[in-house]
Design a protein around this ligand. Sequence first.
Ligand SMILES: O=C(O)CCC(=O)C(=O)O
Length: 418
Amino acid sequence: MAIKDCISSAHMSSPSPLSSKNDENGNGNTRPHDTSFLFDASRLSYEPNIPVQFIWPEEEKPSLGEEELVVPLVDLQRFLSGESDEVVSQVWEACKKHGFFQVVNHGVDAGLVAEAHRCVETFFTMPLEEKMRAQRKPGESCGYASSFTGRFSSKLPWKETLSFRYSPSPQGKKRAAVVEDYFGGALGDSYRPYGVVYQEYCDAMSHLSLRIMELLGMSLGVGRTHFREFFEGNDSIMRLNYYPPCQKPNLTLGTGPHCDPTSLTILHQDEVGGLQVFVDDDWRYIRPRRDAFVVNIGDTFMALSNGRFQSCLHRAVVNSQTPRKSLAFFLCPEMNKVVNPPSRLVDSNHPRKYPDFTWSSFLNFTQKHYRADMKTLDVFSKWLLEDQHSTTATTATTEPLSSPASHHDCPKRTGESK
Ligand SMILES: O=C(O)CCC(=O)C(=O)O
């Protein structure tokens, strides 16, 4: 089978703003974007050569022999039962350096995690046309994406994803079934059973993330409840990642290097392995553990901690033999909640590092204008501040720093996408 036949033609909507313009860095999207192809893994996985759009530049290609990054293994049960001192300082150290740790004894049912992985396998091994029923539209953060062929024209990730939104039901209200309804609506009623599994999984992740917020609040010295309360009514994103085998795994990446723009990521990777983190100028892998979730700080939490905790560059590699699956829950605040650090984290030695912003403006920035990389928050902050200055200059009024970024000439880079 020739490669050109593997990238199936499809009718897709108009190019995203980012992909239709030139990349200012000259490192990727330098030509108008061709959206007329799709990543059909059922064929591409067996191709001895891979399409050029999936070949990453030399300096970003994965290298062999990365070392393991040993991150703290936090026993949440111990933390919750009051034996917290050691755990709190372990988390402080890890989050100051790279923002990654793992949690065990987390209370999430192992059967539910296994079922969530099984559903990933069943969904992604379906024919492409079936998955395309939930196709992600340009500028949206939810839906099925066969790589990012609809958004970018180079450095494409060797993976398929299905993303959807999740919000917990307000306390005392009837349990909302947002995820279940998403599956029924986007894919049809026969997919509701998947929705039931992921609804339960997201409920468990939301619950777990609030516990982790208690731990982060303690580590930052602002008390147990501050961040927990901030995220109680979260508006989060769940992403199912499926990485098909690739016959040239050393030329491509499953997920490109990026920092998560979101607040906190809770990841469960299957036993295949592939997650890598950039620490001390080197890529290091995190060994999968069936009983553990990998937790990492995202850009929005870095802003909430006034830069004390790091959101770190990470990526995923693929292999030639075995499909890999991961389940990523991205905790996000409510859309219009203003993101700013508690006053205890701001003083003359630690002035404000980032302006106030809302999650909706930051999300919009990453969806429409900027492909997430390691500088997303800095570029976004600069953009907001410039916006504020130009608004102040033209209107001579003082606006809050949280004005949504929507009408600018935005910077463009290549990296990964949320
Ligand atoms: O699959 C992984 O290990 C990493 C996934 C990831 O970084 C993402 O989905 O943003």
